[in-house]
Design a protein around this ligand. Structure first.
Ligand SMILES: [Cu+2]
Length: 161
């Protein structure tokens, strides 16, 4: 019986030894849906996407990294009187089981100081760093400027404040 227990423990040790390999194949805990970046018209760019938190716990998008710009920041849209503006935020909160949308005139990822223009049809590599889910690397397609505007205008057309 003792011998068997010892063998069992040895087996457990083996499993732990190889667990980093198992962890890598685990399903992603945050799913990134329909990411897109706006084709650039100046020195800055913006990225949008939906973040689905599949975990039963709160998570946070802490940062984004890309080699296409000097800086990458998380921003929120703010109204100052009747002026549209934006502010840097230190994270984007992701509630358990919920989808958080980054969209024009909402939360977004800002590419500041583009190293080169972003052209419609290309994809750019981006790494998203989450507090709990860790780092997730994605390729973000660049869409024409009108891609986002069409969505915005559609929204604005159909309700009056
Ligand atoms: Cu911004």
């Amino acid at each position: 019986m003792r011998k068997l227990t010892f063998r069992y423990i040895s087996l457990l040790c083996l499993i732990f030894l190889f667990s980093p390999g198992i962890a890598k194949t685990a399903a992603p805990q945050v799913t990134i849906v329909k990411p897109w970046a706006r084709a650039s018209t100046g020195p800055t760019g913006a990225m949008y996407m939906k973040l689905q938190n599949l975990q039963g716990i709160n998570d946070k998008l802490l940062s984004a990294q890309s080699n296409v710009s000097r800086k990458v920041e998380l921003h929120k849209h703010v109204m100052k009187g009747k002026m549209h503006g934006m502010e840097r935020i230190d994270h984007i909160a992701l509630k358990p089981g919920e989808t958080t949308e980054l969209k024009p005139q909402g939360l977004h990822i800002m590419l500041i100081g583009l190293n080169r223009p972003l052209k419609s049809g290309e994809t750019i590599p981006v790494k998203l760093v989450f507090e709990k889910a860790g780092a997730i690397e994605i390729n973000v397609p660049v869409e024409s400027v009108s891609h986002g505007l069409a969505q915005m205008q559609h929204k604005e057309c159909c309700h009056k404040d």
